[in-house]
Design a protein around this ligand. Structure first.
Ligand SMILES: Nc1ncnc2c1ncn2[C@@H]1O[C@H](COP(=O)(O)OP(=O)(O)O)[C@@H](O)[C@H]1O
Ligand SMILES: [Mg+2]
Length: 500
């Protein structure tokens, strides 16, 4: 068993007071359920629960050391005489430092690239990782869809993992020979110090739109959270900053950024931009104009927003030492990003696309992308979607309207109804569809809805299966059942779908 001396684990951690013995610990955990014999348990106050409540449970499971951000927690924990107890001012920040020490600083052996912004983080991170891997570099990826460590793939519970889990992933990667890590950095993560102590070599800013305002309160707070990655307030500023010049906040960051290397990008302006853009159903082609020359880029990704993602990833890859030709061949190597306008092709004469758009804005945008494909050949857009239960109800009619206005046909179904009656959710979507010219079919069973949407399609049409994207489950009541839009669409297209 890997054990580390408590004094080593505490290196660089500012603590208020401590009590109890000095000993060795066999793990650093913030989730009491994962505490094992010999663990150090970090108890901090989160948004909904207070980890300090779980100190007795952690001790019962064998915790040897408790780090707490509460003086009451400290006093309670010192009742266990054989347990080391340390009080810190900020639990999450301490967790990052403790875990980095415990996992023996894998972050110092990786060149880190971070992607932040409202939209495009997952895609840009996937693209950058693909470019680096295509040149034979061994990588770690942390983001919404999945985590990668030196070729192994893990499911992703959070876009940006808690610091401890990120450092464990880095350790896995470094043990497997990784030299690079690419990660999505959500604004929650910045706010919660999940990336505290990490030194980013490259930081990318995509854009900032009104999203997550429920959490951050105002655009100013939201921007302030994102800005931390660039201005050096959470650690040294990144060596290279990659900023979207077409976004007003990106332009503001140009002034704040303290980086040695600064690349801007934009559709038509910036150090990296696109020339002679051509979009086809099978992908896009353009000339990437860079400070190091021009290079033709062909990609299977499609849609205008992906030009931005390619430019951002390309600029970051150059900052990481690739040539423009290597950027182009890396871009061509990525077939798709799971659930991001992902085509399901079984040789049929119409397109089936899975995308995880699940807000009215995202739906409107993605349907417009779909429309651009079918227009030339006179095809139609058939959109299947649903609205989640136990979540924001105001968006239901808005999503109905977005789908109805953009599509020729709509199949209205379920998308994680959770504790609500699927038909009641559908009833709240329908008013938005009224008054649009789309033909509407209601089928609450999502599997049947996929089959129905595909059955409507004629040559040159596009069937958009929206809402789930890469997700692999459907939550009905309290049950989480396996569900995969891509797999079901494939079964339907191959004629294997039985009507149950
Ligand atoms: N650069 C971009 N600018 C604006 N919208 C984008 C961009 N990239 C992707 N999108 C849209 O946002 C959705 C989410 O993309 P994704 O790459 O998963 O971003 P994130 O990880 O930031 O949520 C996509 O389905 C697409 O419709
Ligand atoms: Mg993401």
């Amino acid at each position: 068993m890997h054990t580390v001396d408590l004094e080593v684990v505490l290196r660089g951690v500012d603590f208020i007071r401590r009590a109890g013995p000095s000993l060795a610990v066999s793990g650093v955990e913030y989730d009491s359920r994962r505490v094992r014999d010999g663990s150090l348990f970090v108890a901090f106050r989160g948004g909904t629960t207070d980890g300090n409540r779980f100190i007795p449970q952690a001790v019962a499971q064998g915790a040897r050391a408790i780090v707490t951000d509460s003086s009451a927690g400290f006093d309670a924990a010192t009742a266990y005489s054989e347990v080391a107890v340390i009080e810190v001012a900020h639990g999450r920040r301490a967790l990052a430092a403790l875990a980095a020490n415990f996992f023996e600083h894998p972050e110092a052996q990786l060149k880190l690239s971070g992607v932040t912004g409202t939209n495009g983080k997952t895609t840009t991170a996937f693209l950058l990782e693909a470019m680096l891997r295509h040149q034979g570099r061994t990588t770690v990826l942390a983001g919404t869809i999945e985590y990668h460590a030196a070729g192994r793939v893990f499911p992703a519970p959070h876009t940006t993992p808690e610091s401890r889990d990120l450092l464990e992933l880095f350790r896995e990667g470094v043990n497997g020979g990784a030299t690079e890590a690419v990660m999505e950095v959500s604004s929650h993560a910045l706010d919660q110090q999940r990336v505290s102590g990490l030194h980013f070599d490259v930081a990318i800013f995509t854009n900032l739109t009104r999203d997550h305002l429920d959490y951050h309160g105002s655009m100013e707070n939201y921007f302030a959270a994102k800005r931390k990655l660039f201005d050096g307030s959470t650690g040294p500023p990144p060596r290279a900053a990659i900023l979207n010049r077409d976004d007003p906040y990106g332009a503001m960051l140009e002034e704040a950024a303290g980086s040695e290397l600064l690349y801007t990008y934009g559709l038509e302006q910036g150090d990296f931009h696109a020339d002679s853009l051509r979009m086809e159903p099978s992908g896009m082609h353009f000339i990437m104009v860079t400070p190091h020359g021009k290079v033709p880029v062909s990609t299977r990704l499609t849609g205008g927003v992906n030009v931005y993602n390619l430019l951002a990833a390309g600029a970051a890859a150059i900052a990481r030492g690739l040539t423009i030709e290597q950027v182009a061949s890396g871009a061509a190597s990525l077939d798709y990003v799971p659930g991001r306008f992902q085509a399901v092709d079984c040789g049929q004469n119409f397109a089936v696309v899975v995308d995880y758009a699940h807000t009215d804005d995202a739906l409107r945008n993605i349907i417009a992308v779909a429309r651009a494909f079918v227009t030339e050949k006179g095809g139609r857009v058939i959109t299947m979607f649903g609205c989640g239960g136990d979540r924001d109800r105001t968006k239901r009619p808005l999503m109905g309207r977005a789908a109805g206005e953009g599509s020729d046909g709509v199949v209205l179904t379920s998308d994680n109804p959770r504790g609500e009656d699927p038909l009641a959710i559908i009833d709240e979507v329908l008013p938005g569809l009224r008054g649009t010219s789309a033909m509407v079919i209601v089928e609450p069973d999502r599997r049947r809805a996929i089959a129905l949407a595909i059955a409507q399609a004629r040559q040159n049409d596009l069937v958009l299966l929206a809402g789930k994207g890469h997700e692999k489950t459907q939550t009905i009541g309290r049950q989480v059942i396996p569900f995969d839009d891509v797999a079901i669409a494939r079964q339907v297209l191959q004629g294997g779908e039985k009507n149950e």
